[in-house]
Design a protein around this ligand. Structure first.
Ligand code: NG6
Ligand code: CA
Length: 515
């Protein structure tokens, strides 16, 4: 009998051991499965609602971007917070509308950092939950302390002080000096014997300018952009020195893809957030020989193909690293499109039947929807919602709270005023989205969009963007009210007919501005 009990005892011990082993391996797998998803956010520049074939463009094909839509969710009612770059990016990173902070319209090329380092930011939140965070590409949010960036020394504060572990930047825009990359705190390839001088008020050094030596230009400016010539293109602002550090315009996309790939490869063993902020399709539009003359729409079309190539390269990298099934890919734009943004690159002449805004009124800079209604595609790792379209009202300001929630943060700090957790909307589970949002135009009126209605506050100013891109600004000394559902191109001003509605929306906007 004791032998029997002994055997039973051994049996129980073995069974328990097995059970523990089983539980362990289960929990190991589940913790592996539960590794937080990576986020690759491809933030394009000036790409319009109608610029890619997934959004109905017929004159150009963007197969890589379209593939994201086929495998993900295409949002056809999505907004950047503003019609220019700096405020939209400010909102994306801080979760607040940028008009709450002065000086966030379009940052100068030597602007000081516009984001307070004490602020909550999207990368900071992700960092605290174990993400490695990186930004590659256009920054345009200022660098350095109140004196601006020290190009010849340590450039700080910047992205590394607001939550990024790695940065490789075009400091402002491609059309602003200095035309150099900044990696983490330093200008890349800077020869200390050839220091950089930048001035936004007057000429420095003896490099030719577009104004004095137009015969040296490979691309002529149509507006402004006639200061220092770098690589045959005159820019905004004057610079001299730093010759070895100058970027090559034709290989900017390749450089940004290369640095993105490195970041992905180096961080593949833990969750990462990569903000790939492309130079395309901003001016100056320079197409690599792979894409030059390939679109039939001139340089503006060629750089759309170049952008599509960028997307394809990133997806290829994720696939090769077996990361595609644990990575969220977001594709969007910082503001609406512009055809002539200051260079004679034949964008207008060769536009043909292509409609950058997809028919929306206005464009970049504008208070009308062409200014800030943008393409937004999200490919989720599990492939759920493949190829669906969501017409939910969404705003880029909500990525902060939504991705924070995804990473396990339920409550963000009170300095985040505007960002809402709309994760269920971004995931396609909720088809309604926000009840309202605010749009900021460039130096112009602010709009309030709620349900079927859009109210544009009265403000006097020029009807067209004054420096020539032929875009309606939205300025009007009296209120504007549009039924955005019935009249998405904002043609019929209903303000005189519905004074009560105007009053209601005006009050709501006023109250939100006070927050
Ligand atoms: C404008 C520039 C334009 C572009 C824009 C910023 C002129 C005439 N126009 O001032 O070319 O650089 O600023 O664009 O200089 S954004 O997408 O970064 O907001
Ligand atoms: Ca832009």
């Amino acid at each position: 009998q004791s032998f029997f009990i002994y055997v039973l005892f051994i049996f129980v011990v073995l069974a328990c051991k097995n059970k523990t082993a089983e539980t362990k391996s289960n929990s190991e797998t589940s913790s592996e499965n539960k590794q937080k998803p990576n986020i690759v956010f491809i933030y394009t520049d000036d790409l319009g609602y109608g610029d890619v074939s997934a959004y109905g463009a017929t004159e150009i094909k963007t197969p890589a971007i379209d593939a994201l839509a086929k495998e993900g969710i295409l949002f056809d009612n999505a907004y950047a917070t503003a019609a220019t770059c700096t405020p939209s990016r400010y909102s994306l990173l801080t979760g607040n509308y940028a008009w709450r902070k002065k000086g966030t319209g379009v940052a100068k090329g030597d602007e000081a950092l516009l984001i307070d380092t004490a602020r909550t930011t999207l990368p900071k939140l992700l960092q605290t939950t174990g993400y490695k965070t990186g930004i590659v590409g256009k920054w345009h949010l200022g660098l350095g302390d109140k004196n601006g960036p020290n190009w010849n020394g340590k450039i700080s504060p910047g992205p590394l002080e607001i939550g990024f572990d790695y940065s490789y930047l075009i400091p402002a825009t491609g059309d602003r000096v200095p035309c150099v990359y900044v990696e983490n705190h330093y200008v890349v390839n800077l020869d200390p014997n050839d220091p950089i001088t930048v001035n936004y008020k007057e000429k420095v050094g003896d490099w030719p300018t577009g104004k004095e030596n137009p015969e040296l230009l490979t691309m002529k400016p149509s507006q402004g952009h006639n200061h220092t010539i770098v690589n045959g293109i005159s820019r905004i602002g004057y610079m001299t020195g730093g010759k070895a550090a100058l970027w090559d315009d034709e290989t900017i996309p390749m450089e940004l893809v290369d640095k993105s790939n490195k970041f992905i490869n180096e961080n593949k063993n833990q969750p990462f957030f990569l903000l790939l902020s492309t130079h395309d399709i901003h001016v100056p539009r320079v197409a690599n020989s792979m894409f030059k003359d390939k679109s039939g729409l001139g340089l503006r079309g060629d750089v759309i193909l170049q952008l599509d190539w960028t997307v394809n390269e990133i997806v290829k990298t994720l696939k090769a690293q077996h990361l595609l099934e644990n990575t969220i890919i977001v594709f969007s734009s910082d503001n609406g499109p512009v055809v002539d943004d200051g260079y004679h690159d034949q964008a207008r002449e060769l536009l043909g039947n292509h409609k950058p805004t997809g028919g929306l009124r206005g464009g970049k800079y504008s208070a009308y929807d062409g200014g800030s209604k943008i393409p937004l595609i999200i490919r989720w790792p599990d492939g759920k919602g493949q190829g669906t379209v969501s017409s939910a009202l969404v705003s880029q300001v909500d990525f902060l709270s939504s991705f924070a929630a995804l990473a396990g943060i339920e409550q963000v700090n009170k300095d985040v005023i505007d960002s809402q957790n709309t994760l269920d909307v971004f995931m396609g589970k909720n088809k309604t989205g926000r009840t309202a949002l605010i749009q900021e135009s460039f130096k112009g009126p602010i709009s309030y969009l709620e349900g079927d209605w859009k109210y544009i506050e009265p403000l006097d100013g020029p009807k067209l963007v004054p420096w020539g891109p032929v875009i309606e600004t939205g300025f009007k000394p009296t209120p504007q009210l549009y039924n955005i559902k019935k009249d998405p191109n904002e043609q019929v001003n209903l303000a005189p007919e519905f004074p009560e509605k105007v009053k209601e929306l005006k009050t709501k906007l006023k109250n939100l501005k006070k927050d």
